[in-house]
Design a protein around this ligand. Structure first.
Ligand code: APR
Ligand code: ZN
Ligand code: ZN
Length: 377
């Protein structure tokens, strides 16, 4: 079928993106779902900081590619052999999938799945197939097996989580990346518990989910840190007990003093190197630095080795919240429905394809938290 999609042909175009137009809105061809695949009509797709990183070229992708790695929609067609989903089902789309047989999947470490990792770097679906093409038949690649900046998407069933149809799809979209990444970093990676002191560097869509999750987990001090003080109001409403500017030259001493020696867990959720250093420094002896934000591929960081050993600190990577989508997304949706994880507060607005490039600029400047593209209006 022919459909409208946001296609990126080149990475590293200059800002402002409203002028350089990294995403071209055009018609592409989407083939029918084959065995084990599902066709979804996309009803909401979140703009994540990782989309900015791709546009900026910090992590190379196969091009041209249809963007978007979180979303929600309605199943329209299923390929042979798909069980558990049927046309009309409402689903969350997440880039985490489960091949079911690689060593990582065997250990239930789904975010480390080898087929998915391979698909991500090569632009295929995790079954190795390509279902997108230009109108003249040239390959167009999938983005993280999702490509939700399009009217429709072909996706693997393990990337789709069936949801209660009463949940608005423009809110559900955020559960595919922002919620699982932020909340999962707290619940699954760090396992924050009652009374813990935590700090969150970067109060964007992902960081604020970490804040909300830490409140649910019973953290007694939740310190939000951002270069943009405009983020502090919402952060406090969602659970931050304290906020500090990342530009404050006394940041590390202030946090260490407030917490009497440092936090139990410091979450780095901006992908910024300076923030990662500060996160290490505000972590108490025996505490953990949880690295959630992604920077440029190959970026190297320094850490004080003797202190790491003698203070028994832990530096932990947390990718997509170490999530198991079929377990975690229904749980987080329940917390949302109970009002404990008010994810709808993160939705800044909904946008059309025509506003996509301009909204990359707004996200870059911290003027929005999560904008949701409505590819079908
Ligand atoms: N210190 C603290 N905060 C910072 C810093 C810094 N040095 N630099 C930027 N920030 C803040 C921004 O002001 C913004 O509020 O980090 C926040 C990032 O928020 P978003 O742009 O909304 O990013 P988000 O979608 O939440 O993603 C955050 O997680 O998934 C990864 O790759 C993604 O690295 C990205 C991170
Ligand atoms: Zn994301
Ligand atoms: Zn696997």
């Amino acid at each position: 079928m022919r459909m409208t999609a946001a296609v990126m042909y080149e990475q590293g175009l200059p800002m402002p993106y409203v002028e350089s137009q990294p995403f071209r809105i055009e018609e592409v061809e989407l083939r029918s779902p084959e065995e084990g695949e599902v066709l979804v009509e996309v009803r909401g797709a979140g703009l994540c900081h990782s989309d900015l990183s791709q546009v900026a070229g910090l992590r190379k992708r196969k091009l041209p590619v249809v963007g978007g790695h979180e979303g929600a929609g309605i199943v329209r067609e299923i390929g042979r052999g798909v069980s558990g989903l049927k046309p009309g089902d409402h689903v969350v789309m997440t880039s985490v999938a489960d091949c079911g047989h690689c060593p990582a999947c065997a250990r239930k470490r789904l975010v480390l799945c080898e087929s998915v990792g391979m698909a991500r770097s090569q632009g295929f679906l995790s079954n190795g197939q390509l279902r997108l093409a230009s109108l003249d038949g040239q390959p167009v690649y999938h983005y993280s097996g999702i490509s939700s900046f399009a009217q429709f998407a072909i996706t693997m069933p393990s990337s789709l989580i069936k949801i209660d149809p009463s949940i608005p799809l423009d809110v559900a979209a955020m559960f595919g990346c922002a919620v699982v990444t932020g909340a999962g970093s707290v619940f699954n990676s760090a396992k924050v518990g009652p009374g813990d002191y935590i700090a969150v560097f970067g109060l964007g869509g992902v960081g604020l989910n970490a804040v909300m999750a830490a409140r649910i987990a019973g953290a007694s001090m939740i310190i939000g840190i951002d270069i943009n003080e405009g983020k502090f109001g919402l952060a406090r409403e969602l659970g931050c007990t304290h906020t500090f500017s990342a530009r404050d030259e006394h940041l590390v001493e202030s946090v260490r003093e407030l917490t009497k020696g440092g936090v139990d867990f410091a979450f780095e959720v901006s992908g910024n190197k300076t923030a990662m250093t500060a996160a290490y420094d505000v972590t108490r002896k025996g505490g953990e630095v949880v690295a959630v934000g992604l920077g440029a591929t190959g970026a190297m960081h320094d850490y004080p080795h003797t202190a790491l050993v003698s203070e028994e600190k832990v530096i932990r990577g947390s990718f997509m919240g170490s999530c198991i989508p079929a377990r975690d997304i229904p749980l987080y949706l329940r917390l949302y429905q109970e009002g404990k994880l008010p994810v709808d507060r993160l939705r800044s607005g909904t946008i059309s394809f025509a506003q996509l490039n301009r909204n990359l600029d707004l996200l870059e400047h911290g003027e929005v938290v999560r904008q949701i593209l409505l590819p079908n209006g």
